[in-house]
Design a protein around this ligand. Structure first.
Ligand SMILES: [Fe+2]
Ligand SMILES: [Fe+2]
Length: 360
């Protein structure tokens, strides 16, 4: 065992300095009922990743863990040229890359949830954030065990790392809740929902279903509590928070190649490795993407998939008041649409947490 007593990064650590205030609260009465309910649900829905999942289920090496047709890369000319076994290798590595992002993202969530426990001013919010911290520890454990079985782990994408680092080093807990519980977990909620539908592996389906139930509570917490806090803020403070939300969304959109995913994406050395491991020349892959776009071939999502940005993140940010008139103009200048339809978001929250009323 190594105890890391120094502050310098090592090949497996990274050290950040956070400026956020920590808050005691000696008033133990609970007056935010919705948070009491979320905390009660969180206690009831605790599960044990070691005991409650069927780790004895073997992963069938002859079958890709996700359905190839669900990834939407099929239409790309560069993939059509590959043999069936090469395409299966590609699908396996894309899945391992995605699951590795889940694993690293969960570690980020573990730390932001712990930071929220420190910083939120209300006692009942501290209780809930503590349950989220435990949830995230369990998620890290579960994904680590699963990835261990796959024996392929990829590094964290720079875009995801920067977004979570900006969240972890924010100077106000509302920004942490926006960066993690609304933006990153909005991304995760959609990715988990889609993974549950795509996977052919029973163990991964069970794991994802359990994680998804916890994540929906975390997103609901962001909505309930951040909404209350933003309403009570001084307008200048609200603008500061809205600016953070805009920058987080802009960074996420830029990483993904624009709102429609058709622009230039930020380079991810892990994904380049996915391509080379599958025998695909990265330059050919990029050329093929451009060729497909010019030919009007769309890398479409299969029907029923949840779109994190359109269905979850933007409507959640609008609902809590984290988009102001000033930042609407910033979104418009960047051609980032402000989606406001909360129907998918509410359905997912209700499915996982029981009915929670949002009166915002
Ligand atoms: Fe999580
Ligand atoms: Fe979470």
């Amino acid at each position: 065992m190594t105890i890391l007593a120094h502050r310098q990064p090592t090949p497996t650590t990274d050290v950040l300095t956070a400026p956020m205030e920590i808050c005691w609260n000696f008033e133990y009465a609970i007056d935010i009922e919705k948070l009491r309910n979320l905390y009660a649900k969180a206690k009831e829905q605790q599960w044990n990743a070691e005991r409650d999942l069927r780790w004895d289920l073997a992963i069938d090496p002859s079958k890709p863990i996700v359905d190839e047709a669900q990834f939407g890369f099929q239409a790309l000319p560069v993939l059509q040229k590959l043999s069936k076994s090469q395409r299966e290798t590609f699908t396996a590595h894309v899945a391992a890359h995605l699951l590795s992002q889940f694993l690293h993202g969960e570690q980020g969530a573990l730390m932001t949830a712990a930071a929220l426990t420190h910083a939120v001013p209300d006692y009942e919010a501290k209780l809930f954030a503590a349950t989220q911290t435990m949830d995230e520890a369990r998620h890290v454990e579960a994904y680590q065990r699963y990835i261990d079985k796959l024996a392929i782990v990829y590094p964290m994408s720079p875009g995801l790392k920067d977004l979570i680092d900006a969240t972890l080093t924010a100077d106000h807990w509302v920004k942490i809740a926006i960066g993690m519980n609304m933006v990153v977990e909005g991304l995760a909620l959609a990715a988990f929902h889609n993974m549950r539908r795509q996977t052919t592996c029973e163990l991964l389906r069970q794991l994802t279903e359990n994680v998804l139930r916890d994540e929906a509570r975390h997103v609901a917490f962001g909505s309930v509590y951040v909404g209350e806090a933003i309403r009570e803020m001084h307008p200048d403070e609200r603008e500061d928070v809205a600016q953070f939300a805009f920058e987080a969304i802009k960074a996420m959109v830029d990483n993904q190649g624009g709102v429609d995913g058709r622009g230039k994406r930020r380079r991810d050395p892990g994904f380049v490795k996915v391509l080379t491991e599958s025998g695909i020349d990265p330059a050919d892959f990029v050329a093929s993407l451009i060729e497909a776009q010019q030919a009007g071939i769309k890398v479409e999502r299969p029907p029923g998939q949840v779109h994190s940005f359109k269905d979850l993140m933007m409507p959640a940010l609008v609902r809590v008041g984290a988009v102001t008139e000033r930042t609407r103009a910033l979104f418009a200048a960047e051609n980032i649409p402000v989606f406001e339809d909360v129907s998918v978001l509410e359905r997912m929250e209700q499915e996982a947490t029981g009915v929670i009323e949002f009166e915002m």
